[in-house]
Design a protein around this ligand. Structure first.
Ligand code: ADP
Ligand code: MG
Length: 385
């Protein structure tokens, strides 16, 4: 896989596909982590006398209303502050104003182009990797760098489209994500434990199928545990269940004894208002987190592991009352365990609880990291290979 260091950037127009898909509330960026993470690659290009053309999507654009909501200009302002340099924002995704601005660039200049998904209003050109659009964007630059890990699992014009035309490489963020995760997913040190939680079995089947043979233990929590428990004939009360996945869970439980399920539970009748610890779930109970005995059992399995991959919180961590399962598991991780966190909610749970330091790698790409865990190849990376 070619890296930005492998290309001569001197005096070149370098299109960098970054991930500036930041959360924005009332016109204010509420978390600029993604902008900060792009700085290493942008600064490297500037240090090497490139003319830097930045592209990113922001949210989804399906209407004129969405265009207003997902205007990238706020990111240009924030980027300017962070990088301490003028960023020329072009409020267009094509046309004379953009072309003139690019033609007038000097070395070490930065241009940010408007949200690539503005092109989706006209026949989904960005998201469907339209050839004309890809050629047009490619015509603006000499070199393409993909540093948007979070969209690398999609074949869009602003990554796969341009990369299939221009000499291309990955940036530092993409390189770090791939190098931190792939060797571990493909070649874990044993004992190897996979922790799965979150809301749905159906979201995690791909991960289960890819890792079940390699894993020594599969620990299950979150809402998905209750579909498994129901498959075993255990009463789950009003807990969340996926009826159409019960047969899948039954088959899996018959096939393997690697799977651990909760042995006690935090339950409530009214979400957010109570937390009772039970071994047996009553008909009116909703299970919202794993219980203390389960926590202890899972902690012991984690501590015996050399590698742990974790996707999906153990409970409804958004409520303080129900975050203990997730936070108590976080506590036992340490630098002797090679650990990977995939999934957007799991990563944000860990960050909100301030346990980032306990883990080896927390992926920045929610859906993209899941696809790596599922063993899939990513179009945005393959095109560069
Ligand atoms: P990720 O984004 O890390 O892949 P998911 O999206 O699969 O994780 O799951 C996160 C969601 O799962 C959270 O919103 C959380 O509230 C929910 N969840 C966890 N445990 C339960 C439960 N027992 N009942 C209902 N929802 C749950
Ligand atoms: Mg999620």
């Amino acid at each position: 896989m070619k890296n930005i260091r492998d290309l001569d950037l001197n005096g070149k127009k370098v299109i960098i596909r970054v991930d500036f898909n930041v959360p924005i509330k009332n016109g204010i960026i509420t978390d600029d982590k993604r902008i900060i993470e792009s700085l290493q690659t942008i600064n490297y290009a500037l240090d090497n006398n490139a003319k830097v053309i930045l592209m990113s999507h922001l949210g989804r654009v399906e209407s004129e209303e969405d265009k207003k909501k997902n205007d990238l200009s706020v990111v240009a302002v924030r980027l300017e502050e962070l990088i301490n340099k003028k960023v020329l924002f072009i409020n267009k995704t094509r046309g004379k104003i953009l072309e003139n601005a690019v033609n007038n660039m000097k070395e070490k200049d930065i241009i940010l182009i408007q949200n690539t998904r503005y092109e989706d209003l006209d026949g989904k050109k960005e998201s469907k990797c339209d050839l004309e659009l890809s050629k047009y964007w490619a015509s603006l630059g000499d070199i393409f760098i993909n540093d948007a890990f979070g969209t690398s699992h999609r074949a869009h014009a602003s990554n796969v489209g341009i990369a299939s035309i221009l000499p291309s490489a990955v940036g530092f963020l993409v390189e770090k994500e791939i190098n931190s995760m792939l060797p571990i997913i493909n070649n874990p040190k044993h004992p190897f434990t996979v922790i799965l939680g979150g809301s749905k079995v159906s979201d995690k089947i791909g991960v289960i199928e890819n890792l079940i043979d390699k894993a020594d233990n599969i620990i299950i929590g979150g809402a998905m545990a209750y579909t498994f428990l129901k498959a075993m004939g255990i009463n789950i009360g009003n807990s969340k269940v996926e009826e159409d996945k019960i047969d899948y869970c039954k088959e899996l439980l018959n096939k393997t004894d690697k799977i651990s399920l909760p042995i006690d539970h935090v339950v409530s009748n009214i979400i957010g208002e109570q937390a009772r610890i039970v071994d047996i779930i009553e008909p009116s109970d909703i299970a919202v987190d794993i219980g203390p005995k389960t926590i202890k059992k899972y902690q012991e399995i984690i501590l015996k592991s050399k590698t742990v991959i974790w996707n999906g919180p153990m409970g409804m961590f958004e409520y303080d009352l129900y975050k203990k399962g997730t936070s108590e598991l976080c506590k036992v991780f340490n630098k002797d365990i090679i650990s990977i966190i995939g999934g957007g909610d799991t990563a944000s749970a860990i960050k909100n609880m301030h346990y980032e330091g306990n883990f080896y790698h927390i992926s920045t790409g929610g859906g993209a990291s899941l696809e790596l865990l599922e063993g899939k190849t990513m179009p945005g990376i393959e095109v560069i290979k």
